[in-house]
Design a binder for this molecule. Structure first.
Ligand SMILES: *Cc1c(COP(=O)(O)O)cnc(C)c1O
Length: 364
């Protein structure tokens, strides 16, 4: 690890791989012989055209995205897509949502503005401590789409299977906080989208992967031009200025993922990091894991001591030791360790060593 770098357990924006930051630094003043930074470059220039095309090609390679899917690089964060999803996909005005956490709930509430929305599953009663099994999903066969949040960043739960919907109902997944952490069978989804700042790059770019035959339902005369996926696909994400620098960093992150062995290697590392933490949590009774075992996320590990003062002390002491952002989200309390692709295994080892020491010093 470079000097003075800390272990940043932030849920997002979060750590980026050091080689990516070093490469960006080395190209800051003069990128690819252009004599300028990517930030200063016309998005219509030849150098930039090469950058965005290679970023898309790398995205397609890394996630094995089939040819009948478009890859869009958009602005406005994942939150903008909460509205763009119903706007682009509603034909009959019906959609079904699995409400498994804060962002799923926000997406659901946004969709209510556009049509008849049915809750296919909710874990609200258990304060979102789990995701549903396939058998628990109640999806209407005439819904325009079925929506899930693949990893619930705040609560620390994750779908470990690809949910299925009735024939003809496309599945839409918000993968903001677990994209690139494991292989995904894109063909099982109609739409996958993700804000970059958890596991892909800096805030400012959102990737939308959409099956071509789903494009075209957007009422262009009624809705804003900028949210029309079909138009964005036709214009190669360049209807207006795309988030140029974010796309460039995303390209560097994808190159790093490929160099590391692709998403299969990312999955092994994710399972190792999360496994170490969950194994430790299960081996003692000072801390309690928040999420139900079957639903545990490999990206966001939530736990608590059961004593708010001790939780606060934990966050303070870890921060002083160069482990930042371990305080849990206010709606869950306790602690949350976000351990995305760029978190070194040593970061988790350091955290567990501290957890053991803290437990000894603060026995209840
Ligand atoms: C962070 C997050 C969002 C919100 O992303 P913004 O880019 O801030 O709009 C949505 N969904 C999930 C799963 C997230 O983790």
């Amino acid at each position: 690890m470079a000097d003075n770098r800390i272990y940043n357990f932030s849920a997002g924006p979060s750590m980026l791989p050091v080689p990516v930051l070093e490469r960006a630094a080395s190209e800051m003043l003069n990128c690819k012989g252009s004599g300028m930074s990517v930030m200063e470059m016309s998005h219509r220039s030849k150098v930039y055209d090469g950058i965005i095309k290679e970023t898309e090609a790398a995205m397609r390679r890394v996630l094995s995205i089939p040819d009948n899917y478009k890859v869009l690089f958009l602005q406005g964060g994942a939150t903008t897509q909460f509205a763009a999803v119903p706007m682009n996909l509603m034909k009959s005005g019906k959609a079904d949502y699995a409400v498994t956490g804060n962002f799923a709930n926000l997406a659901y509430k946004e969709a209510l503005k556009f049509g008849d929305i049915h809750v296919a599953f909710s874990s609200k009663e258990g304060n979102f401590d789990r995701v549903p099994t396939q058998a628990e999903l109640d999806i209407r066969s005439d819904a325009d789409y079925f929506y899930i949040c693949a990893n619930n960043t705040i609560y620390g739960t994750e779908f470990h299977y690809d949910p299925e919907a009735p024939a003809g109902v496309p599945v839409v997944a918000d993968m903001s906080s677990n994209i690139l952490s494991k292989p995904v069978d894109v063909s099982k989804y109609g739409v996958i989208y993700a804000g970059a700042q958890k596991n892909m790059g800096p805030a400012g770019v959102t990737v939308v992967i959409v099956r071509e035959d789903l494009l075209g339902a957007y009422p262009t005369e009624k809705y804003p031009t900028i949210l029309d996926w079909k138009l964005m696909a036709e214009k190669d994400s360049m209807y207006n200025t795309p988030p140029t620098y974010g796309i460039y960093i995303l390209g560097l992150v994808l190159a790093w993922v490929e160099e590391m062995g692709g998403v299969t290697a990312m999955q092994k590392l994710a399972e190792k990091r999360a496994g170490m933490l969950y194994d430790y949590l299960d081996s003692q009774d000072f801390y309690q894991a928040v999420a139900e075992t079957e639903s545990r996320s490999n990206m966001n590990v939530t736990f608590r001591t059961g004593d708010e003062e001790l939780d606060a002390k934990f966050a303070k002491e870890t921060a002083a030791l160069g482990m930042s952002n371990l305080k849990g989200h206010r709606s869950v309390g306790g602690m949350r360790a976000s351990i995305y692709n760029a978190m070194p295994v040593e970061g988790v080892e350091t955290l567990i060593a501290f957890m053991k020491k803290f437990a000894e010093e603060n026995q209840k």
